[in-house]
Ligand binder design. Sequence first.
Ligand SMILES: [Fe+2]
Ligand SMILES: [Fe+2]
Length: 344
Amino acid sequence: MDQVARIDSVALLDHDMAEKNLSGYWRLGMEGLPPHPMTSVEPCLWKWADVHESLVRAGEVISLEDSERRVVRLVNPGLNPEQAFATHTIQISFQYVKPGENARAHRHTPAALRFVVQGNGAYTTVNGQQCVMEPGDLILTPKLTWHDHSNESREPMLWLDGLDFPLVQALHQVMQERYPERRQPIEKSSEKVRDRLGASLCHGIPVTEFFHYKWRDTEPMLRALAQSPTARDRFDGYRLEYRNPQTGGPTMPTIQCAVQLLTPADQTEAHRHTSTVIYHVFRGEGATEIGERRFDWQQGDSFVVPLWYAHRHLNRSSSDAAILFSMSDVPVLRALDLYREEAC
Ligand SMILES: [Fe+2]
Ligand SMILES: [Fe+2]
């Protein structure tokens, strides 16, 4: 009898409290918090063939008059499908701009970046700076910078979009504005800004308009790094981060970008960390073990390593290097003093 009376009184209390917008901690049903961070984000791999086919089909049925952007988003099955996010902090999508097209100018609070996958000669304009795109280039459109994309070349242009959209949305800070004209005027080229950069750094002049990391700068540095065995990281191979030239800090306040090279037949050691990483295979073929699963990848594929999952990378080729581009939310974790990592 006593047991029934106690359950009835708890149920009644819960009911009465709910009417007053109150809730008892006991309703969580937990015996304590988990011993390590937990996420519903699932390890997941998207094949380039599937992404590419969807982009090409979208090119047939979606015009840039109907949609602000022709973008295919990668969706994590562990998250709410309505939101169509790949992780809880960073979104990855692919964008397709056909010859002669222009994706109109706008700006928004989510910060974005482009990593060029295919095509030559189209350009993104960022705050009046024209950034002509070549494969492997990384172009930043930080929070509230005006940006539009134009393809005046003869070939389709495809690139990866990374945004901190899920994080900004979780903070209820999403907003967007359209530029008064479809295209913003071009005032300078990213090549000129790049040429000035070295002198600016030497003379301590702040560089606030650096948006464009050229692959022709990145690749030689990565290859040179790979010549030095002592530079090899046992968890990531040869890894080069895209740093903000003004601060020396992360690429953007919310996203750290990097490229890493795995030498032929290389196998890294397993570790785990509280940051979540999205990878895109720029060159080569290999596999990544994430938790209990193995994901085989080749050029163009993308995959997610969720937080606190043990993971290691393997280059399946015995003759060619593999190169992975990555985006991580580690700057956010570090800013909040929540970053941890350990070998497994
Ligand atoms: Fe945008
Ligand atoms: Fe890692």
